[in-house]
Design a protein around this ligand. Structure first.
Ligand SMILES: NC(=O)c1ccc[n+]([C@@H]2O[C@H](COP(=O)([O-])OP(=O)(O)OC[C@H]3O[C@@H](n4cnc5c(N)ncnc54)[C@H](OP(=O)(O)O)[C@@H]3O)[C@@H](O)[C@H]2O)c1
Length: 249
């Protein structure tokens, strides 16, 4: 049985867990993670652990009560797969292009909050779990990204909004590539992957508030895990879609 950590797993895509493996769902507020609780109450393979992408101390292996320390205690210090799913996705400025922010301070705060969680937080999380991953069998790291972080795609569709999210995810892709280079001699596979357009508002694809044709979270997770399982060190460092290529929608 392989071991997985899914960081940011309270709801949406992150709460869709592997059935056949030991899964540690890391969430920042376990007490309010209702979707995760109902899943964990029916599955003996799912464990809830506290951890926050905005706080390196809540993650790192050397800290008592930090997420990596807690997982290590259940797995003899090993981990096979780390999935970085949690993200700061929207803010009060999401609808604004960069020239429309009310003042320099709000622009700086919004961008910095996006980078803190989606870029720096992910780098801290990878470092926190590295000692466990090095001792594990698979050495897989999957950073959940988005087509909004692909410069060519954003240019093509002219998407000039949700800047903090898009910029921090573009930077996340580079962080993943940088880790892939650093960890190449150790046989790691590090991918950043976009799940595509996923209905995380409800499991019911006929949700009246949702236009378009989004995938369910379960289908998106299965497609991404399929890409990961088909990948090896040769693909490490790439940023791909749920199809394993640059087809984003
Ligand atoms: N849905 C889509 O169509 C789509 C498309 C492209 C990419 N994605 C990517 O897919 C991933 C999941 O998105 P989703 O649609 O499932 O979003 P979601 O339903 O809004 O879930 C976001 C998750 O991130 C967690 N999170 C937020 N800030 C965190 C922090 N500081 N530390 C730890 N966890 C934190 C949230 O936890 P709380 O409950 O504590 O807030 C929640 O579990 C994201 O990386 C997103 O960029 C989604």
């Amino acid at each position: 049985m392989s071991s997985y950590v899914v960081l940011g797993a309270s709801r949406g895509i992150g709460v869709k867990q592997e059935r056949d493996n030991k899964v540690f769902a890391v969430v920042r507020t376990p007490e309010s993670a209702a979707q995760l609780h109902s899943l964990a109450s029916t599955r003996s393979n799912v464990f809830t652990v506290k951890g926050d992408l905005d706080s390196a101390d809540s993650l790192k292996a050397s800290m008592t009560a930090a997420a990596a320390t807690e997982v290590a205690g259940h797995t003899s210090g090993k981990l096979d797969v780390l999935i970085l799913n949690g993200a700061r996705i929207t803010s009060q400025y999401s609808g604004m292009t960069l020239d429309k922010f009310p003042d320099p301070q709000s622009l700086e705060e919004d961008l910095m909050a996006g980078f803190r969680c989606n870029t720096v937080g992910v780098a801290h999380a990878i470092n926190a779990f590295l000692p466990l991953l090095r001792a594990g069998a698979k050495k897989h790291i999957l950073a959940i990204s988005t087509a909004a972080g692909d410069i060519d795609f954003v240019r093509e569709i002219g998407m000039g909004a949700n800047v903090a999210y898009a910029a921090s995810k573009a930077a996340l892709n580079m962080v993943a590539t940088q880790f892939s280079i650093a960890l190449k001699p150790e046989g790691f596979t590090v991918l950043s992957i976009s799940p595509g357009y996923v209905n995380t508002f409800t499991e019911d694809p006929s949700c009246p508030d949702f236009d378009g044709n989004p995938r369910t979270p379960a289908v998106a997770v299965s497609m991404m895990l399929d890409v990961l399982n088909r990948s090896g060190p040769g693909q490490s460092g790439s940023f791909v879609s749920q199809y394993g290529n640059k087809e984003w929608v």
